[in-house]
Design a protein around this ligand. Structure first.
Ligand SMILES: [Zn+2]
Length: 78
């Protein structure tokens, strides 16, 4: 595989290397930029969850990714 398309921003990733320039999360492929965006929108939500629950985290992450695919990007509040 020489190129990969980010499921969120539709950016083409050249020479994809897992966990380096693309991330396979919740059955979706995300580019590095979208992974960073995902982290920034997830972090404030994760902080509110005590104790941390991995199944909850996976569902949350999947939900954020699916919404971002529909909208074409993550909404980060800065
Ligand atoms: Zn992307």
């Amino acid at each position: 595989m020489k190129t990969l398309t980010c499921d969120v921003c539709k950016h083409t990733i050249q020479q994809p290397v897992a966990n380096r320039n693309y991330f396979h999360l919740a059955h979706r492929d995300l580019c590095e930029y979208c992974k960073d965006q995902l982290d920034s929108v997830l972090k404030p939500v994760i902080r509110t969850k005590q104790p941390f629950d991995y199944d909850w985290y996976n569902r949350l992450m999947q939900d954020f990714i699916e919404k971002a695919i529909i909208k074409g990007g993550f909404e980060s509040k800065k």
